[in-house]
Design a protein around this ligand. Structure first.
Ligand code: SF4
Length: 463
């Protein structure tokens, strides 16, 4: 399928609300089916209508990565008003319902006021969705993580890699010192810990060693996620190179894991976008949990309605056992799988005194902004919530400025008016006011000041 033209990219709008007779999960299934990728191992359109939705709560960042999807204009954009963030959270729920994974992201979300960040996480969780904090970790202190966990945070995803040019760390192996300190910060909290690594020509060869690090921390680290470098946004890194593909990165992960991993048993949307695999760990060794593709497909289909709270292993186990008792036809296949795994792992199980941990590997293949595959955009499972609805992250990154620089119509509380992203002012019309206003005194008082100015303006105009 040919790539999208510039005109197509410009015209392609956010998804419409699911309508009568077509739920969002049916829509997701139709998109996968349309490409000929529907089968019993597919999760999109079966377990969920969307893999995750990014909620960008700031465009600011405290790093300057060589690969960054933000825009050159991002730092000049004020933080979205809290009411608008709340409205977008409600929208995510209207589109996708409970159990949706919501990535609280930016920019760097911890740059947002602490009370606002906590309120955002709380609101996501109150609606029965699963909030994940996407952070570079610099400001994600232990007290903040504790407070966020108390507010309902489910996952924390630390982004650490060489694209960030952290002073004194010139390789992925050197960065393991930072990764280890982040693991210790989150240890013991009811959070599942992810690590995100952007794969580029400079660190591709380090993937096996990095996977060995994650393997040594299995359990404390629940998911190691690898994003293939994409030429999008303000990053200066440029092209990724032909050697870096879903297949070659899968092989590097297997090399570090010390075992083949079946990346085809649990499918996440379009095969050009993602790979996912899961391993069991005992005594420092990994074993592929998904090596029986047919069994995994059957089980995942039958348990597609499970909530699967990643930070509540006991709750998930209990739910599974109750389901198994109610569905005895699955008892024998489950026992056969469990006995087979125990046989394969038995020596290591004895040394580990029966303790088994899990670790997942995810590879995501973001597209270059100049090479968007229409079919993949149509079947996208990773969306960003805009003011008008969700949109594919790849597509959003290809025209980010048209979203972040556009005045936002304010809804609710009788506010009306438009929020101007560059000044933070609230104006009665979409156009920024021609009246010269003083600079706000600080971001923390931004919204209050903007409202005061609007009222003063209105008084002046009506007088
Ligand atoms: S964001 Fe891009 S790479 Fe990811 S699922 Fe959507 S279309 Fe595919």
């Amino acid at each position: 399928m040919p790539n999208m033209t510039k005109q197509e990219i410009q015209d392609f709008g956010p998804d419409r609300l699911p309508g009568v007779g077509m739920t969002s999960i049916e829509r997701a299934r139709r998109a996968i089916d349309g490409g000929g990728y529907w089968n019993s191992n597919q999760q999109s359109g079966r377990r969920w209508p969307v893999g995750c939705v990014a909620l960008e709560i700031t465009q600011r960042c405290n790093l300057d990565c060589t690969l960054c999807y933000l825009s050159d204009n991002s730092e000049s954009v004020r933080d979205l008003p809290l009411d608008e963030v709340f409205r977008r959270i409600d929208l995510i729920h209207r589109y996708y319902g409970s159990n949706t994974d919501v990535q609280v992201t930016g920019g760097e979300p911890t740059l947002r006021r602490r009370d606002e960040l906590l309120a955002i996480v709380r609101k996501v969780r109150t609606l029965g969705m699963r909030p994940t904090l996407m952070t570079n970790g610099i400001r994600a202190t232990r007290p903040l993580l504790e407070d966020l966990a108390g507010a309902g945070l489910v996952d924390v995803a630390f982004h650490v890699d060489t694209t960030q040019r952290r002073k004194g760390y010139c390789s992925e192996m050197a960065l393991n010192e930072i990764r280890q300190s982040y693991i210790e910060r989150a240890r013991g909290l009811p959070l599942s810990v992810f690590f995100n690594t952007t794969v580029h020509q400079g660190n591709f060869h380090e993937i096996p060693d990095l996977v060995r690090f994650f393997r040594a921390n299995a359990g404390a680290v629940r998911t190691a996620s690898f994003q293939l470098a994409a030429d999008a946004g303000r990053g200066v890194h440029g092209i990724r190179g032909d050697a870096i593909t879903l297949e070659t990165v899968s092989m590097k992960i297997e090399e570090g894991a010390g075992t083949p991993i079946n990346f085809g048993a649990s499918l996440i949307g379009h095969p050009g976008c993602s790979r996912y695999g899961m391993c069991l760990e005992a005594n420092g060794k990994l074993f592929d949990a998904f090596d029986d593709r047919e069994f995994i497909g059957r089980m995942q289909s039958a348990t597609a309605h499970f909530e699967l709270r990643r930070n509540d292993a006991w709750g998930v186990t209990k739910q599974f056992l109750q389901w198994l008792i109610a569905n005895p036809a699955f008892l024998f296949p489950v026992l056969r799988w469990a006995v087979g795994k125990a046989w394969e792992m038995w020596g290591n199980l004895i040394v580990a005194r029966g303790r088994v941990k899990t670790i997942s590997f995810l590879i995501h293949n973001f597209m270059h902004s100049g090479g968007l595959d229409r079919e993949r955009i149509g079947a996208c499972v990773f969306k960003v919530m805009t003011a008008d609805g969700p949109m594919s992250m790849c597509l959003h990154n290809a025209k980010r400025d048209s979203f972040i620089l556009r005045p936002v119509e304010l809804h609710g509380r009788g506010t009306g008016g438009y929020w101007q992203p560059r000044s933070g002012e609230i104006t009665p019309t979409r156009e920024p006011t021609a009246v010269k206003l003083a600079e706000p005194e600080g971001r923390t008082r931004l919204r209050g000041l903007a409202l005061k100015r609007l009222l003063a303006q209105r008084r002046a105009w009506s007088g």
